[in-house]
Ligand binder design. Structure first.
Ligand SMILES: [Fe+2]
Length: 436
């Protein structure tokens, strides 16, 4: 109980920090009328895949390590054997960093790529659970670097760091922070006008969705002010489909979702797995040209579809940044229930009420539904916020929510009021239904 209350308070404080820091960072960036579209003549000079948090766990199907194999095969099927330049992992390649888990990842990841693309793997906090020097161990055993790395592919620079703390709190040592700053300087000097792609396991706090809870404070000072940086991170397992998972301030930050095991603020308490939390497996296919444009296509393996595309017109010109928090808030409108929307309910043998209703439409997503239930006298029986299933691409046409037991006599008249909330907290007009 105490822990739940503490989590709720922390969640509120973190949300405030997120909102304030996001707004301050983009105070002078202009608004745009719409999100940028990919021009027909966009010609990529590089194409890479970035994924995170696949959590290989041998012997159990908790995280389904085969998704890595599926992802690689899918990408080569779409683009051909020489169509992907590089695969990058932002970490948590294993559940516990056990040797047999690394072994399985080796087989599945490097075995499936089979030399057809370059690779970059940065260990996450789960990978160092058995051994804080897991990257040394990995290098010794497999001859593959998984710590701090900086490589160049087709003239584009890729810089990333591994996790250094095996805990909720993610901190980078000063040597890593200094190393990242020095490497960024070299990359910027060597590749004028090109984006510089950077990678880390935890998000930079105060940037993308999930970063206020699962973020890291160490590297923001390195990337801040470097507008050509496009930074990718994971750790939170918060979904790409939430529009807050892309952020632009003085640089661009992108949350890469997860290949396994989604996590969200179920009942508005962070650190919770929502129902169907294994039914999404997201990653990005990223393409860039030599004029500063970056196209990012978000792919979901469970539905085999690109479900979202972001396009940065020119990393050299922050004035064109459309994915700033304030701009996204402005482009978002309150969700709307369709004309004539209906709701029904059923009661199971445990006396739990399941409410089924027409979903509200949103510009981005309906993040949650706020539901009030009153009895025939108008007495409030329940007032609660329920997460929507927006992180899953394949959902039933209508929304169903288990409200649990309600203090109602069988067949008693009651009223339900449903309000849909967008990811930016904009509220629909209520859908009110009275059941006689
Ligand atoms: Fe993870």
């Amino acid at each position: 109980m105490f822990l739940t209350a503490l989590r709720s308070i922390c969640s509120f404080i973190y949300t405030m920090i997120f909102t304030v820091s996001s707004l301050i960072g983009t105070a002078f960036t202009p608004f745009t009328d719409k999100l940028p579209e990919v021009p027909e003549d966009f010609e990529p000079a590089i194409r890479f895949v970035v994924f995170t948090d696949n959590h290989t766990e041998v012997g159990e199907n908790y995280a389904d390590g085969n998704r890595v194999v599926d992802m690689i095969n899918t990408c080569f099927d779409i683009y051909g054997d020489d169509g992907i330049d590089l695969f990058v992992s932002c970490g948590d390649i294993t559940e516990y960093g056990k040797d047999e888990q690394f072994e399985q990842f080796m087989d599945r990841f490097y075995g499936t790529i089979d030399g057809r693309a370059e690779t970059l793997v940065f260990l996450g906090n789960h990978d160092i659970k058995m051994d804080y020097k897991a990257s040394d161990h990995f290098l010794e055993k497999y001859g593959i670097e998984t710590g701090e790395q900086h490589i160049t592919v087709n003239g584009f620079h890729f810089i990333g760091v591994q996790s250094h703390t095996n805990s909720f709190v993610q901190i980078m040592p000063p040597s890593t922070v200094l190393w990242a700053a020095e490497e960024l300087k070299k990359a910027e000097e060597d590749s004028p006008n090109l984006p510089v792609f950077t990678f880390q396991h935890p998000h930079n706090r105060g940037t993308v969705y999930g970063s206020v809870i699962w973020g890291c404070d160490s590297l923001n000072p390195v990337w801040e002010g470097h507008n050509r940086v496009v930074n990718f991170s994971g750790h939170s397992h918060f979904p790409i489909s939430d529009p807050r998972s892309i952020w632009q301030g003085s640089y661009t930050a992108v949350g890469v979702g997860a290949l396994a095991r989604y996590e969200l603020e179920k009942d508005l308490i962070w650190g919770q797995h929502p129902d169907r939390f294994q039914e999404a497996a997201e990653f990005y296919i990223v393409e860039a040209d030599r004029d500063g444009s970056v196209k990012m296509s978000a792919y979901d393996l469970t539905t085999d579809s690109v479900f979202l595309t972001y396009y940065i017109e020119d990393v050299n010109n922050p004035e064109t940044y459309a994915y700033t928090y304030k701009n996204m808030v402005k482009l978002d409108n309150a969700p709307v229930f369709p004309e004539g929307a209906q709701a029904e309910y059923t009661v199971n043998d445990k006396g739990e009420y399941t409410l089924t209703f027409d979903r509200a439409d949103a510009d981005f997503v309906v993040q949650n539904y706020k539901i009030e239930v009153r009895n025939k006298s108008g007495l409030l029986l329940q007032s609660k916020t329920y997460l929507s299933d927006y992180f899953i691409q394949d959902v039933p046409e209508r929304m169903s929510i288990n409200l649990g037991t309600l203090n109602l006599n069988e067949g008693e008249k009651f009223t339900v009021k449903i309000i849909a909330a967008s990811a930016y907290g904009k509220l629909s007009k209520p859908l009110s239904v009275t059941f006689n």
